[in-house]
Write a protein that binds this ligand. Sequence first.
Ligand SMILES: [Zn+2]
Length: 177
Amino acid sequence: MKLLDVLTEFGANGGVPGVRPLGSLADAATVLGPPRGSGRIDDQLPWPQWFQFGDLWVEICHCGVINRASLPTWHEEVCIPAEQTGKFHTVPSGITFTRLSTAFSAVGIAWRRISEHPQHPQHRQFAMETVVAGLPDVTVHFTFTADDGRGDAEALLHGVHATEHTHLCPQTPRDDT
Ligand SMILES: [Zn+2]
C-alpha cells in the first residue's frame, strides 16, 4: 500500500484492513501479524493497552475491542502495511493538506475542517474530519501542522486518529476486592 492509500482507507473506513475502531485485536493480528510492541496506557491500570503494528497504534480495552486506531505521520518516514498480509514497508511521509484533500475528493470521501488554533501561530494546527460510512459512532480526524510559515495548502499531515464513541465495557469484578 502507498501512504495515500492507507490515509484514504482511514478516511473512508476508519482504518486499514484488520484495524479499525470497534474491530478486535484478534482480527488485527490475523491480518497484520503479531504486534511489534504493546504496553499499558496508564501504568496504574491493566487496561486499556496499546499495541503497535508497524507505525499503526491501536488502543484496546479489556474486552479486546479496538477503541482507537492511530497513524502518526510527523516523522520523515512511516511504516505501513504492505500488500502482502503481515508485511510492512517504510515510506516517506510529508503529505500536504492539498494532496490529501484532493485524494479524498477524487474518491468521493466527504470531509470538513474542524478546528483552528490561532493562539499558537508558530505551531499552527488544524484538522479535517471524515465520516465513516456505516459507523456513525466512529470519528476520523486528520491533524495538520503549518509551521515555518507554510500556508494551509502546504500544511503537513501530523497524524490520523480514528476513535469510537459507543463501546461500553461490561462491568467486571475488581481484582482488589
Ligand atoms: Zn471494552
